[in-house]
Write a protein that binds this ligand. Structure first.
Ligand SMILES: Nc1ncnc2c1ncn2[C@@H]1O[C@H](COP(=O)(O)OP(=O)(O)OP(=O)(O)O)[C@@H](O)[C@H]1O
Length: 226
């Protein structure tokens, strides 16, 4: 059997604060199967962002291991981790973090160029993804000329640009009004399913969570079924 795209095994993370050590994750286990979409729903401050950062190889755990397609991230050099992150993982944040001086199309093309794609291929894929999010005709707009919902659609298209195996999203529609959030979220799920990407999506919205394959939560630093 092939390895799951993402597996967290007994992951620990503590922060050093003035009041002493704050243990946030205390042996968190989580496996994402290929194409599986998992909602992470937990109260504020329980470690959702921390878990996503560790899963995305943006931070290193204090204990345990993160496996990406079966490779133990802790055994890799920083360069190898970065290469795996770029090739395998897409991120969407609550705020779009698009580059303001680049157009929508360029924002989606840039990660592909950074990963070695040819210019024409990167442009074609960017245009295709933007079209899938209803943004045909907006390709040459800079983020400042797009609505909040459109900006977030571009950010999701960018996260899918390198054909990741895993999408990690932290409140991806948390900054949008309810109606827009609903539409953008539905498009996100459609595209994630269409591309067969496994996803871990943190949300405070139980209704959005119910549209995913499985719900997990964090309890005392561990992942439990929600
Ligand atoms: N760099 C850091 N240094 C110290 N403490 C931190 C750091 N990052 C996070 N924390 C603390 O760790 C805990 C978990 O934070 P985290 O951001 O992962 O929670 P969260 O569940 O994503 O919260 P929210 O839903 O409010 O975004 C919080 O108590 C937070 O204050």
């Amino acid at each position: 059997m092939s390895e799951p795209p993402l597996r967290l095994a007994a992951v620990e993370r503590r922060y050093r604060t003035e009041a002493g050590e704050l243990p946030v994750l205390r042996g968190a286990d989580l496996t994402l199967a290929a194409g599986e979409i998992v909602a992470l729903v937990a109260p504020s401050g329980t470690g959702k962002s921390t878990l996503l950062h560790l899963a995305g190889l943006l931070e290193k755990p204090d204990g345990g291991e993160v496996y990406v397609e079966g490779r133990a991230a802790g055994t890799l050099s920083d360069d190898a981790r970065t290469a795996i992150r770029r090739a395998t993982i897409g991120f969407v944040y609550q705020f779009h973090h698009l580059l303001p001086e680049f157009t929508a199309e360029e924002n989606v093309a840039l990660p592909q160029l950074a990963a070695g794609a040819a210019r024409g291929a990167a442009r074609d894929r960017a245009r295709g993804l933007l079209a899938a999010f209803g943004l045909t005709g907006r390709e040459d707009h800079r983020p400042g000329k797009l609505s909040g919902g459109e900006q977030q659609r571009v950010a999701i298209a960018r996260a899918l640009a390198n054909q990741p195996r895993v999408l990690l999203a932290d409140e991806p529609t948390g900054n949008l009004d309810v109606g827009t959030a609903d539409r953008v979220f539905a498009e996100l799920l459609d595209q994630v399913r269409h591309h067969g990407v496994a996803a871990l999506i943190a949300t405070h919205n139980p209704e959005l969570a119910r549209r995913m394959d499985r719900i997990v939560t964090l309890r005392e630093g561990r992942v439990v079924e929600g």
